[in-house]
Design a protein around this ligand. Sequence first.
Ligand SMILES: Nc1ncnc2c1ncn2[C@@H]1O[C@H](COP(=O)(O)OP(=O)(O)O)[C@@H](O)[C@H]1O
Ligand SMILES: [Mg+2]
Length: 212
Amino acid sequence: MNREFEKQLLQSQLETQEETFQQISQELHDNVGQLLSSTKLLLVITERQLTVVPDTLRTAEETLSKAILDLRSFSKSLNKEWLEQFNLIENLRAETERINTARTINMKLTCTDSYLALKAESQIMLFRIIQEALQNTIKHSEAEQVAIDISQNTDNIIVSITDNGKGFNEKSLPAKGVGLMNMKHRTHLLGGVIEWISPVNQGTRVLISLPV
Ligand SMILES: Nc1ncnc2c1ncn2[C@@H]1O[C@H](COP(=O)(O)OP(=O)(O)O)[C@@H](O)[C@H]1O
Ligand SMILES: [Mg+2]
């Protein structure tokens, strides 16, 4: 009974988190997105009034256009409804493109199939786990590369996210991180197992195994 209660508690916490993602996504799109778009319009109008458009202004407009595109794809990646229309692999491809465009790190995605034998809800859950692993790599690892490998057979789906960064020891962290904890919770809700493998100076590998 305890275990069932704990599971339901977790489920509702994660649902609340999805709602928060949804709100952030809408806020980014409706609010920040609108502000950027109207600023862009002002720049375009200004450019039209000038006989000679300075390079700095042109660059500012291009940068702003890029920010608008990035924001749009970022807010999409947070939007659950949007996620439900696509499968995990497609979403990961978009995420790979987004991360590679930002050029902070090079990301490579390898998967044997283009569709995973998991229901949409579970695919979103797995997507959130992978997103956190990627964010951790970008934020903490100082890695130049990260590789995601996905394979499936009749029983299992195996996902590994490997970076070539500085690595870390989960046990010697001062406090348990919320990100790592959520990754564990989500994996358990999917009935799977997750582990962090980080030999000294050999980067980090997050290994997730889920039942089909
Ligand atoms: N890929 C990684 N490379 C290096 N350190 C990592 C990596 N993933 C996690 N960590 C370490 O684990 C800690 C906890 O991660 P997390 O629970 O996601 O919290 P947060 O990302 O908010 O710091 C991070 O602060 C970092 O020190
Ligand atoms: Mg984190």
